[in-house]
Ligand binder design. Sequence first.
Ligand code: ADP
Length: 486
Amino acid sequence: MIADLSSIVIDANAACERVFGYARKEIIGRVGAELYADTASACSVRDDFVAEIGTVTSRALWLAFRRIDGSVFNARSTLVAIKNADGLASGYAVLIQTLPTEVEDFADSDLSLGDLYSELRIQTNRYRNTPAMLHSIDQSGRIRHISQAWLTRFGYREEEVIGRPLGEFLTDKSREDATRMLPEFWRTGRCDRVPYTFLTKSGVPVEIELSAIIDTTAGLSMTLAILEDVTERNRATRRLSDQADELRNFARVAAHDLQAPLRHISVFSKLLEDDLDKFEYANAHENALQIQQSASRLRGMVQGLLEFSLSTDKRLSIESADLGLLVQNAIEAAHDEVSRSGAHVSVGALPTIGCDPVLIERVFANVIDNAIKYVAPDIAPDIRIDTEIRDGASCIRISDNGIGIAREFQDRIFDPLKRLHGEDSVYPGFGIGLALCRKIVEAHHGRIWVEPNAAGGSTFFIQMPDLADEAEGDFDTELEKAVGDR
Ligand code: ADP
């Protein structure tokens, strides 16, 4: 705006109209000081400037202004003398430089632009270096700001993250959850402790509780989210609940499964007693054999249960392992069974990942042994082993042409002592192998499951993250002890 020497505004441009909200003609004719929040101090600044206008040609300072709606904003106000051809002042121009709102908060008459920038740097560094996982996304869901703690936990560098959609760092399921919840979040402006699973750069899932607000101070809508890593807490809770389930299972097994061979022993020893009373030695021999078989079955079950129960707590010995090599070892160990049954085993490309190789080889051995064992009579086992990527992690598939597993048993076969065949079936076993496989794979934060396949057989899936970057420590020693006799 331009004012004459009596400080009446004689002109104002379109930017003044926009900033103050007045029409140009409403500004013209006013005493300029009325546009300031503190009219009295604006008058005294103006009077000082006008008094010195012969010698001082400009003056700049931060002052608060008032808009038409009464709201106040800080701006840098520069007064510049306007002189006529004779060098005499005829009035002065007032240049008003406004600031973005977030900077404006700090702008009072004592702060220079340099102060404001250093304040901004302090705030930015505070965000970046706070020992909490923070991120801010814009309305398109892209990451705009990130804290170092976030980057460290997920294994990324800042330039790999800024500008990318947050969904890329979530599992498929969490991405769907986030897409469903975001509209509600943008509407209400906050969310508290929403569970999501993020993936580290190497694919390890990290369970998070995310709380966020919408931050509009910059005029742009952005979120400020704080992430709490609850992986350990959830794992401990799950472990406790698994152990409670296991205890219940044990009670059930002891009460039911172990009693079957015991009943046998009791029935046949009664028969044996009768045989001996009647001197029927031929029968006695047969009944004694039955007792021995039941006793040896009972021993196998008790040993299996012991091995399984000791494996509750685990410490893994993680190293980089070529899964193809582990599969080959498992096939070689089953050499006799492979040649006896005429099995054909084909192995596709398998990845190299961080895992406990001895335990994972044991998992492969169990599943491959079963694939050879559970085929219909006179059928040569045909086994295919390959890999696919699901949810960003390696997923090993072991497919057979065996007798298949009814849908209702597809989960239960992973329970200890669960078998789908009677004691006298052609398929020997104690029902511990798959229970142990599940325990080992879960100790690797992975999952094992079975689905029917087109050949009428079963496909076992083993999905595990690459634990190469995981520090050991969360796993304890007992699993290795338990399977020490492998
Ligand atoms: P085991 O082989 O000693 O009985 P497992 O725990 O290895 O014990 O397997 C549990 C049960 O799952 C087996 O008794 C069998 O009924 C079923 N099973 C496992 N693998 C297969 C397979 N590849 N095809 C069909 N059934 C299977």
